[in-house]
Design a protein around this ligand. Structure first.
Ligand code: ADP
Length: 158
């Protein structure tokens, strides 16, 4: 059976913290689907299409990475995609507590076996978050080392 992992998130925008997790996870799975979740309670800075395009451009040379959107429960989406794994990155102990509750809930409510696989962020990327990147962008700072090149190039030209 193919080992398919979903990497769910907002990716508003994708950062080098996200790419670090995907690149390190790519050898572990046959396919990783980076999936942009739609949360109606959240106000996004960038459109879904823009976020998807940046992720596609970022991973254009990584053949086992796909990009998609989803709505609703992550476990239902996993079922639809035949994915048995949810990939998440851990930066801090706060991330761990939050993710632990979600992973336990997912196991509890899912009728299919889904394992959440956590990768620890590389130490030099642990401070990066999309919300900090958005603040730097809004205030005109340099995001070169915080986002993958396609995001940097596209924002530089905008
Ligand atoms: P969400 O709204 O689900 O938190 P994000 O786009 O912020 O969406 O994050 C998606 C995933 O990427 C989460 O598992 C998050 O912990 C992980 N992540 C975000 N930034 C980093 C980073 N700097 N290092 C490692 N993992 C990260």
């Amino acid at each position: 059976m193919e080992r398919i992992a979903i990497f769910p998130g907002s990716f508003d925008p994708i950062t080098t913290g996200h790419t670090d997790i995907v690149e390190r996870a790519a050898p572990l799975f046959d396919k990783i689907i980076v999936s942009i979740g739609q949360n109606i309670a959240k106000n996004y800075m960038y459109s879904q299409e823009q976020r998807k395009k940046w992720i596609e451009d970022t991973f254009k040379n990584t053949p086992n990475v796909e990009v998609d959107f989803y709505q609703g429960l992550t476990i239902e989406y996993c079922k639809e995609k035949n994915a048995s794994y949810i990939l998440r990155g851990l930066r801090t102990s706060a991330d761990f507590e939050f993710e632990k509750a979600i992973a336990h809930t997912n196991r509890e409510i899912s009728e299919i076996e889904i394992e959440t696989v956590f990768l620890l962020t590389s130490s030099e990327k642990s401070f990066i978050s999309s919300s900090i990147v958005r603040d730097v962008i809004k205030n005109g700072g340099n995001i070169k080392n915080l986002v993958p090149d396609p995001v940097f190039q596209s924002l530089k030209n905008s």
